[in-house]
Design a protein around this ligand. Structure first.
Ligand code: FAD
Length: 327
């Protein structure tokens, strides 16, 4: 059984930043990632463009050179992959962490491939694995997806897009431009205010000119094989439908956090408990990094503002070790 000073769970941008920082500071570490390098980004829509400019996605001040001001998914894959390979980071891919237990000040981390022990664990598991479900009849039909990839698939099809944030609006516009008949179903009264500033006018204009049909203050009640049923302020509407993209956001794996013993707030935000100066949770030696910190408030943390977690955590681990050595 291998022992490390730090086991990092999740090989997204922030898990990688933690590994890089641990390596720089001479602490033994392993990053365990259940998919490929930056698995969440790999699964983003194929043409996805970040809302952040490339320098805001940089980790450890390593320049991220991008063709345009806002980089695309494939440029980000290139960037983070090169960081992992050229720094020879110790990362185990396609290995899923199943449990973490602590006894006698040592963590025992069990994956589907091996068991490790460590003095510290950093959880950087993001939020992209679990979609916010609609919990309506028909949601599990094969024509319904909570992830969007390539507009080509939906060409010449009647497509319903549920949601009003960046993912839904990007999908609606792209698919319409590739020849889908798109209907947007928006729970609120407007297109989300956080939609990228250069995309929002585009969708509003497409709706106003009638190219994309939008239902506001509306919810999908049922999805059938060839139809969807929508509740609108003007009553029930039944539309012919081939495919549904339910892009209503994602949430962290709370069960995983709770099984680790991390306390969550009792309200609907389900915020995990941690010290904002060190990122250490209520379990000493167990840290949180990246977007996982936001609980249900998944819009609070991005790469942009959570990349600082890496130096904060590694400094905290080093300082703790220095204090223990002195006493
Ligand atoms: C469509 C979209 C666009 C975004 N655009 C931007 C943007 O422009 N700018 C910005 O700053 N942020 C953006 N974000 C938000 C944020 O940057 C991303 O969510 C980013 O991926 C967060 O990095 P992370 O390392 O915290 O988590 P993730 O990248 O999600 O990494 C977590 C990793 O943990 C792995 N994992 C999970 N569970 C386990 C387990 N049990 N064992 C092993 N591995 C596990 C996952 O496979 C994943 O690779 C966007 C998010 C989305 C969804």
């Amino acid at each position: 059984m291998e022992h490390f000073r730090i086991v990092i769970i999740g090989g997204g941008p922030i898990g990688i930043a933690c590994g890089l920082e641990a390596k720089k500071k001479g602490l033994s570490y392993v990053i365990i990632e259940k998919g490929p390098i930056v698995n969440s980004l790999f699964n983003y829509p194929i043409n996805m463009q970040f809302f952040s400019s490339s320098e805001k996605l940089e980790i450890d001040n390593i320049p991220f050179i991008s063709k345009d001001a806002k980089p695309k998914r494939n440029e980000a894959l290139e960037y983070y992959r090169r960081i992992v390979t050229s720094n020879e980071l110790n990362i185990h891919l396609f290995e899923r962490v199943q449990s973490v237990e602590k006894s006698d000040e040592v963590f025992r981390v069990v994956s589907n491939k091996a068991t490790y022990t460590s003095d510290n664990v950093i959880v950087a598991t993001g939020f992209y694995d679990l979609p916010n479900l609609l919990n309506i009849p028909g949601e599990h039909l094969p024509k319904v997806s909570h992830y969007y990839n390539d507009p080509h698939f939906y060409a010449s099809q009647k497509l319903a897009v549920i949601g009003a944030s960046n993912s839904a609006i990007d999908a609606a516009l792209e698919c319409w431009r590739k020849g889908s008949e798109v209907t947007l179903i928006i729970r609120g009264y407007e297109v989300g205010q956080r939609v990228k500033y250069w995309v929002r006018p585009d969708i509003i204009n497409r709706i106003e000119e009638g190219s994309i049909k939008a239902y506001y203050n509306a919810t999908v009640k049922e999805i059938r094989k060839t139809e969807i049923v929508i509740d609108t302020p003007d009553g029930e509407v039944i539309l012919e439908n081939d495919f549904v993209l339910a892009l209503t956001g994602y949430m962290p794996n709370f069960e995983f956090l709770q099984n680790l013993g991390i306390a969550l707030s009792d309200d609907e935000k389900r915020l995990p408990q941690y010290n904002p100066e060190t990122m250490e949770t209520n379990i000493p030696g167990l840290y949180l990094a990246g977007v996982i910190c936001g609980g249900m408030e998944t819009h609070k943390w991005f790469i942009e503002n959570s990349r600082i977690h890496a130096p904060m955590i590694i400094d905290a681990i080093k300082n703790k070790a220095a204090i223990t050595a002195k006493s």
